[in-house]
Design a protein around this ligand. Structure first.
Ligand SMILES: [Zn+2]
Length: 332
């Protein structure tokens, strides 16, 4: 059974014209009684839709709109425009190491995250924001209450397919806004808005140019070389991370910006940012510019065990819009 929100099941049944909402409520109660209360209201609504031959979902349809995608579905296909490409994250589970990267795609009906694991992440190297993609034969899962498409071994990806354009894309990101004092480690992506109160020097490090994992220099005989666990001897690329402390009046938190988000927060291209590596003094001007700036960020809260503090792992960043923030305050 797919996880379709109860309100949506009800509205689909009512819009079929076979029952009005009062009749539906009665029939749901009746169904729950009939089954001695062993099913939920959702379960009852599902059964009633089935009895009335109302199709709640159509997983056989060639391509689903994002609104038609529910967790529990398998082998679905959809098309969307990439609104965000998040940084690759590495993780280790015991002996096993892996990486994960996700895209936020949108169509005219909504937005959804598409998650790529391990080797599948490599397919995203040429993918950028605003590309249109068709995802085929992927499964849909629930992650802490949000629906995600998971790209699997049998899934396929079509980048900028010919003849497909997308104009009216819903841009709204459904991140929940939190104040900094409310932040707890783990869980979903949340949104915060804060003012930069401290800027640290960027740190540069070497990564494998194929998989983006960090590589270390090892000495092999007389030769120094970079060794990737997966790809052996490699010519590394340079990546970087920037830490800022942001304050929103309720508290402050250290926010961690990996390469793509760093480029956005300082409005620089990668090639320009790399100049700071050999000329750290020139970064002082950037620090001055950043201090006092207000940013809106989406990301996940993590506990840095080594320093026993919370950190905000930034996945998207843009300049805060004061008029938007004022409107939000007035609504509360
Ligand atoms: Zn590698």
């Amino acid at each position: 059974m797919y996880k379709i929100p109860l309100a949506e099941i009800k509205s689909k049944i009512v819009s079929s014209g076979k029952l009005d909402s009062t009749q539906l409520e009665l029939r749901i109660k009746g169904k729950i009684n009939e089954l001695s209360g062993l099913i939920s209201e959702e379960g009852a609504a599902h059964i009633i839709a089935n009895e009335l031959a109302i199709e709640l979902v159509n997983p056989d349809k060639d391509r689903l709109k994002i609104k038609e995608i529910y967790s529990g579905m398998r082998r679905i296909s959809t098309v969307g425009k990439i609104l965000r490409k998040f940084d690759v994250r590495e993780f280790s589970k015991g002996e096993r190491k892996g990486k994960v990267c996700s895209l936020l795609i949108g169509d005219e009906t909504g937005t959804i995250r598409v998650v790529f694991w391990n080797d599948q992440v490599d397919q995203l190297s040429s993918v950028t924001e605003n590309n249109i993609i068709i995802v085929k034969d992927a499964s849909v899962r629930d992650n802490n209450g949000s629906t995600e498409i998971h790209f699997g071994e049998n899934s396929s990806l079509d980048i900028n397919p010919e003849g497909i354009t997308m104009d009216a894309v819903r841009q709204s990101l459904s991140y929940q806004r939190k104040t900094i004092e409310m932040l707890q480690p783990g869980g979903e992506t949340v949104e915060i808005v804060g003012t930069v109160v401290q800027v640290f020097d960027p740190r540069f490090f070497n990564v494998c140019s194929q998989c983006n994992k960090r590589v270390n220099e090892v000495v092999n005989g007389n030769e120094k070389q970079f060794q990737c666990a997966a790809h052996g001897k490699v010519t590394p690329s340079v990546s970087y991370v920037l830490n800022l402390v942001l304050d929103d009046g309720s508290g402050n938190i250290r926010a961690v910006f990996w390469k793509e988000q760093t480029n956005k927060v300082v409005s620089k291209m990668e090639t320009d940012f790399l100049l700071f590596k050999d000329n750290p003094a020139s970064f002082e001007d950037i620090k001055t510019d950043l201090l006092g700036e207000q940013f809106k960020m989406g990301g996940r809260v993590q506990k840095n065990e080594m320093f026993d503090r919370l950190e905000f792992n930034v996945q998207s960043v843009e300049k805060a819009r004061p008029e938007e923030e004022i409107a939000r305050l007035q609504q509360q």
